[in-house]
Design a protein around this ligand. Structure first.
Ligand code: PLP
Length: 455
């Protein structure tokens, strides 16, 4: 019998076929050539007995091309229920922030140019006034992220000196953020005080000496402790810090600008409350509960902020114009808190009523049933995410899809758009808490497409 592999068309013959010539209109030639090579190799390896039709060659090569030109960073539908999912890019930004990015990014801007004097300006002026207005801080500085803000604050206040930290706050925030490791890199020497479960004011008071550069308070973002525990409040620490003329740095992490008690979320301090409690410097993230772009916000006493602005490290942590544009637009929404709740996607998602979530679930399940996808609507709980409100079980609504959960999860992840859901108790859950309205139709289509490819 003749070896079918010898009948394979050559790469150059395939490139001349009509199906592939059409592909060359929409994709770069080197990408198409590489896709043709890959498919020819695959077919040769499989040593198929029956030759591929022209259409089958074109389909296989088109599929290969679409994988090759697909961007690495792409949109995902978040059906995990976790609103601030760090691996899925944390907070979606508002329409106002997108407009601001577009305005500033497509042309030139006064990023570091003073339009009044015609001289050089500073990028650090752009969000400072709004942050002062919204938080009551004397001054404010925006850097790349909260970790950078913390290093900058520690390096500025306590380089080569001690920074006191309770053993109960030696925490790990995410895979690559451990407070003691960050402190080491900042040049501050970690001076641990107290015990893991209990730290008292006298522990701090005894540890303060000539070498003390700062007292650090780290918000326990992603966990809580119960039982025989004690820690020292910020107001109590502030009294000690002020008496000894030591800056008190409070790493707030998530950083609320307004209370979320109206939507049932209590227990996280706002930035204003943290400052009022007496911290000299508060650092927080821009893309957690604030609902803006990735950024690190430093708020506090003018002399510390001024010193941080002068610190050469600030240059390495500096924030770009797109971030500043998005952050300024986000902050402006907070001037009317009800508008912030409506227009900042993270807050709107956190505040969505269960009846709305249920309506979305019904709408999707109805559509899925028409294509043979079976499922059940269930009440469930999700979390806020990004280490905010760790104790809150956010009520939510999900569709539990019938069928092999792991297979659903894999196929949905590989779809376009990718859908990331939650496998729980052997079932594939599509949780609606973090699904934005504009994602509903793509979600409906993505599940149907996944069903077709697993059928
Ligand atoms: C999230 C968090 C950080 C890190 O913030 P990034 O903006 O990701 O750098 C630091 N500290 C606390 C307490 C946090 O919750």
């Amino acid at each position: 019998m003749m070896d079918p592999r010898r009948n394979l068309p050559s790469v150059s013959v395939l490139l001349e076929s009509s199906g592939i010539r059409a592909l060359l209109e929409s994709a770069p030639r080197p990408v198409v050539v590489e896709a043709v090579r890959i498919v020819v190799d695959q077919v040769r390896e499989r040593a198929r007995a029956s030759p591929l039709t022209d259409a089958a060659w074109a389909d296989a090569i088109a599929a290969e091309v679409s994988v090759a030109i697909r961007p690495s960073l792409r949109a995902v539908i978040n059906a995990t229920g976790i609103v601030l999912h760090t691996n899925l890019g944390r907070a979606p930004v508002s329409a106002a922030a997108l407009d601001a990015i577009a305005r500033v990014a497509s042309g030139y801007s006064n990023l570091e140019f003073d339009l009044d004097s015609g001289g050089r300006g500073s990028r650090y002026t752009h969000c400072a006034a709004l942050l002062r207005e919204l938080t009551g801080a004397e001054d404010a500085l925006v850097v790349n992220n909260c970790a950078a803000a913390l290093v900058l604050a520690l390096n500025t206040c306590a380089d080569g000196r001690d920074a006191l930290l309770s053993r109960g706050e030696l925490v790990e925030i995410g895979g690559s953020f451990r407070v003691h490791e960050i402190m080491e890199k900042s040049g501050a020497r970690l001076r641990e005080v107290g015990a893991t479960n209990r730290t008292h004011l006298v522990d701090y008071a005894r540890a303060v000496n000539m070498r003390t550069g700062a007292i650090l308070k780290v918000h326990r973002s992603n966990f809580s402790v119960h039982g025989f525990v004690a820690d020292v409040s910020v107001p109590a620490l502030a009294v000690l810090a002020r008496a000894r003329a030591i800056p008190l740095i409070h790493d707030l992490g998530s950083g609320l600008l307004i209370s979320l008690a109206d939507i049932g979320l209590v227990g996280e301090p706002t930035a204003r409350e943290a400052l009022d409690a007496g911290a000299s410097v508060v650092v927080m993230s821009g893309d957690k509960l604030l609902g803006g772009p990735q950024a690190g916000l430093v708020l506090g006493e003018a002399r510390h902020i001024a010193a941080m602005r002068q610190n050469p490290l600030a240059r390495s942590y500096r924030v770009d114009k797109l971030t500043l544009a998005a952050l300024e637009a986000t902050l402006a929404l907070y001037r009317e808190p009800s508008r912030a709740m409506r227009e900042i996607p993270a807050l709107a998602l956190l505040g969505t009523q269960l009846t709305h979530l249920r309506a979305r679930a019904f709408r999707c399940l109805d559509a899925w049933r028409t294509s043979g996808v079976e499922g059940e609507i269930i009440d469930t709980t999700s979390t806020v995410g990004a280490g905010a409100f760790p104790d809150v079980a956010l009520p939510s609504v999900a569709v539990a899809l019938a069928g092999d959960a792991e297979r659903w999860a894999r196929t949905l992840r590989q779809g376009d758009p990718a859908v990331v859901g939650r496998v729980y108790d052997g079932r594939m859950l599509i949780d609606f808490r973090a699904v934005q309205d504009e994602s509903l139709d793509p979600l409906i289509a993505a599940v149907m497409a996944a069903r077709d490819s697993t059928a």
